[in-house]
Design a protein around this ligand. Structure first.
Ligand code: ADP
Ligand code: MG
Length: 352
């Protein structure tokens, strides 16, 4: 083919730019739920209710009792790279879930998004709707406090993405996993997950706010999320290396499972999916478990925000540590010592 003629370079309009960003931020309904629940957590919510219908395709709604958004900032909340969480000079010191200012504009670009909110101290609530990138003017709303974000017809503007969704059941399951994972990260917050596909709403998951602190809080929340069986067959982990701390619960080798199990990692409370961390977990159990068995675990790494880069991918599920070797060593030795201490002798000598 002859080379195509060069066209002038043009600036894409906001709607197109947001739709492109949405491709990375919103892979499936569960990614939208993740962004909305993280926003609720960042807003200091004490209770969060999540509802969906038809696997999230037709409806997703997240309601919280957090600090809300003032009416005169609603439009800004929907514009790209607009955030209240960082000022741009502090990218090395991120303490909130969000910071990219991309989730709401992305969701508004690929569906019909309504944000209703009443900021703390505001006389009344207001709401704004954006439909596939087209914004309606802000209007008054009826809401006592907090924020309700409703997303309808996800991917209406991107039929290719719509076609790649799995069954409603599979998407609903992914939503459930996302909510459970975030519930583990915030034991003090109450969660309710409701399937509204049918006339009668069905409660899929509930975790009441945990009053306890520290390890006891995690135990209580893990019982709500992963079940009593796991908690009764797990040992507490608490280890440290070079300023990085590893805490959490890890299953005794006798509780291992053959099929997929819950293995949750959090870095500074942020749920992450990271092959290296999972690899370290596997290595730690290598002497205690045969290769086809998998340990359930809920593990938290905490460190100075400067020791980890959370700005690796728009979905923020990946992180990079300044020193990955230290993290791996911490996980492998921390778990091995805890397991050996619990009386589960390795078949070979335990060594770091
Ligand atoms: P980010 O979370 O990266 O800041 P978002 O697009 O997710 O970007 O949200 C934009 C802004 O809207 C947030 O910085 C926050 O100020 C506000 N916001 C979003 N959701 C909520 C909520 N549930 N409660 C209060 N404020 C919210
Ligand atoms: Mg956000």
């Amino acid at each position: 083919d002859p080379p195509s003629p060069r066209r002038r370079i043009r600036q894409l309009d906001d709607a197109a730019a947001n739709r492109i960003a949405a491709g990375e931020v919103v892979e499936r309904p569960a990614s939208a739920i993740k962004e909305l629940v993280e926003n609720a957590l960042d807003a200091g919510a004490g209770r969060i209710e999540i509802a969906y219908a038809d696997g999230g395709r037709t409806l997703m709604q997240v309601s919280d009792d957090g600090h809300g958004i003032p009416a005169d900032e609603l439009e800004l909340a929907l514009s790209r790279h607009a955030t209240s969480k960082i000022d741009g000079s502090d990218l090395l010191d991120i303490r909130s879930f969000g910071f990219r200012g991309e989730a709401l504009p992305s969701l508004g670009a690929v569906g019909r998004l309504t944000i209703a909110s009443r900021a703390a101290g505001a006389a009344e609530a207001a709401e704004i709707t954006v439909t596939c990138g087209r914004m309606d003017p802000v209007r008054p709303a009826a809401l006592r406090a907090g924020t309700v974000v409703t997303l309808r017809d996800l991917f209406r503007a991107t039929p290719a993405r719509l076609k790649f969704l799995r069954t409603d059941r599979a998407e609903a399951q992914a939503i459930g996993e996302t909510v459970r994972r975030l519930a583990l990260a915030a034991p003090g917050v109450g969660f309710a997950l409701i399937d509204r596909s049918d006339d009668a709403p069905r409660e899929m998951f509930r975790a009441d706010p945990v009053q306890a602190e520290g390890e006891e809080a995690l135990r209580q929340r893990a019982r709500q999320v992963m079940g009593r069986d796991f908690v009764e067959n797990a040992i507490a982990i608490d280890a440290e290396r070079e300023g990085i701390r590893l805490t959490g619960l890890a299953a005794l080798p006798t509780y291992s499972r053959g099929a997929a199990v819950a293995q949750h990692f959090f870095v500074n409370a942020r749920p992450v999916r990271d092959k290296q961390l999972l690899g370290a977990l596997r290595a730690a159990y290598a002497d205690f478990l045969s290769r086809d068995r998998h340990p359930a675990a809920v593990l938290f790494l905490s460190c100075d925000p400067q020791a980890v880069d959370v700005n690796v991918h728009p979905a923020k599920a990946e992180v990079r540590f300044r020193d990955p070797g230290v993290v791996r060593g911490l996980i492998v030795s921390g778990l091995r010592h805890a397991l050996a201490g619990a009386g589960h002798r390795a078949s070979t000598t335990v060594s770091d």
